[in-house]
Unconditional design. Structure first.
Length: 113
């Protein structure tokens, strides 16, 4: 693993804040990945729930935008960004479409601090 050199512009930015922002960035990217997976699951030719696919694709883009804004903040404050591996979403196997919707809508609650 590479170690990042300290920033020359870092000022009044506590390490705990930097770590919390990094955790949130990784949560946002994971949520984006899950929503993207759900979107294309709903878009399959044997499922064809186009509006659900569109909704979750929009959600995926929104979560990615959140992560990008947090990464920009991290750089502006002189923090360093540490991205984690994104775990494969194992949510599609054995779930009903109602279950997927509940999971997708409930997932937003876990992203808030």
């Amino acid at each position: 693993m590479m170690t990042a050199s300290p920033s020359q512009v870092r000022q009044n930015y506590h390490q705990d804040s930097e770590a919390a922002i990094n955790r949130q960035i990784n949560l946002e990217l994971y949520a984006s990945y899950i929503y993207l997976s759900m979107s294309y699951n709903f878009d399959r030719d044997d499922v064809a729930l186009k509006n659900f696919a569109k909704y979750f694709l929009h959600q995926s883009h929104e979560e990615r935008e959140h992560a990008e804004k947090l990464m920009k903040l991290q750089n502006q404050r002189g923090g360093r960004i540490f991205l984690q591996d994104i775990k494969k979403p194992d949510l599609l196997s054995g779930k009903s479409y109602k279950g997927l919707m509940e999971l997708g809508l409930g997932g937003e609650e876990s992203l808030t601090w």
